[in-house]
Design a protein around this ligand. Structure first.
Ligand code: HEC
Ligand code: HEC
Length: 291
């Protein structure tokens, strides 16, 4: 059964969307690339925005007006130690962002001060941090979704020798229901993150578990394009599949059934974001009913 092949229609939609986004070209307002911006993009941006909302960690916009420079220096170097001391700001943050814990940052004082300066500058100008390097190195092409799927599931090996994503992550419709559960379900990851945020995570995944693998075995540019296309596609399949009146529904093909099921799971996943903790039960129920 060829459940895995993405229909051409979807691929075309994907290409159009991606072309419209012009991800691979320079941003409209080019930010002066400073050393601090480079370090921030590589080391902090997978967890933090400066303007643009919380990610795994809090949005850092305005943090220099809330905390002293001394506090920031100490916290950035060793957040857990500051928390252990019983510092009230740190304990509040740790509670709010649990189970995420910011890893200690092994940076020189000058680097930390430069980052603090950059955060302060952006806050005062009321501007958001724009990552200079978080772009695809070429447009998405036909076949990238399928190639991304192959990489995700480990059917094709990653050039750097990193573990297949599916050993820790699930994506609905990735061919079986049970991808790994050590990492979060990635079915809606392209809804959760803006494009540069997701691209940057693929370039520099600073989450401790992923960093331990991909820190020394990074994904190459081609792999990033393909995986990005795969996640983008996972987002696009949802709105069109469930409509029973769609003409495609007349031809009952295995991929369409799979697609519908994937979309169903995806909407459940989205609902689950609204009502945390229910997906598991619902999915088990679905599996039982389908047996
Ligand atoms: C793996 C994710 C992650 C990475 C990487 C990371 N942080 Fe954090 N950061 C967090 C979390 C989560 C918190 C909230 C405290 C906690 O739970 O550890 C936080 C808190 C902070 C705070 C306090 C914010 C406030 O509102 O007071 C600052 C400042 C900060 N981080 C700066 C940085 C800088 C600078 C870097 C890069 C050098 C960085 N972080 C890298 C996850 C991360
Ligand atoms: C060894 C297990 C492991 C492997 C292999 C792995 N990841 Fe992860 N990944 C994680 C964990 C754990 C997290 C959650 C990090 C956190 O919450 O701090 C994560 C988080 C992510 C996120 C952010 C998700 C979110 O909801 O915030 C993305 C995107 C991601 N991984 C993509 C990938 C891709 C693409 C691959 C394959 C190239 C991959 N991961 C391979 C463990 C893994």
């Amino acid at each position: 059964m060829k459940l895995d092949i993405t229909p051409e229609v979807l691929t075309m939609r994907l290409i159009c969307t991606a072309a419209a986004a012009v991800l691979f070209s320079a941003p409209a307002f080019a930010q002066q690339p400073s050393a601090a911006a480079g370090v921030f993009e590589k080391r902090c941006y997978s967890c933090h925005n400066i303007g643009g909302g919380d990610k795994k960690g809090p949005d850092l916009k305005g943090v220099t007006t809330r905390q002293s420079t001394e506090w920031l220096r100490e916290f950035i170097k060793a957040p857990a130690a500051v928390n252990r001391k019983g510092d009230s700001v740190a304990t509040g943050l740790f509670k709010k962002f649990a189970p995420e814990v910011m890893p200690d940052q092994d940076l020189a004082d000058e680097q930390i001060d430069a980052i603090i300066g950059m955060i302060d500058g952006l806050t005062k100008k009321n501007e958001a941090f724009v990552p200079a390097g978080a772009k695809l190195n070429r447009p998405i092409a036909p076949g990238d979704v399928e190639a991304g799927y192959q990489l995700f599931t480990g059917r094709a090996a990653l050039s750097g020798g990193g573990s297949a994503c599916i050993s820790c992550h699930n994506v609905s419709g990735s061919g079986r229901l049970g991808g790994g559960t050590l990492g979060p379900d990635l079915s809606a990851v392209n809804v959760r993150y803006k494009d540069p945020e997701l691209i940057s995570i693929l370039q520099n995944p600073n989450f401790p578990t992923m960093k331990s693998i991909f820190g020394t075995r990074p994904l190459n540019d081609e792999e990033i394009v393909k995986l990005f296309a795969y996640f983008q596609n996972a987002k696009l399949v949802a709105p069109i599949a469930p409509a029973p009146a769609a003409s495609a529904a007349v031809r009952i093909e295995p991929w369409f059934v799979a697609l519908g099921f994937a979309a169903l799971l995806m909407s459940l996943a989205l609902m689950n974001r609204a009502w945390k903790g229910r997906l598991r039960g619902v999915r088990e129920e679905l599996v039982r009913r389908n047996q």
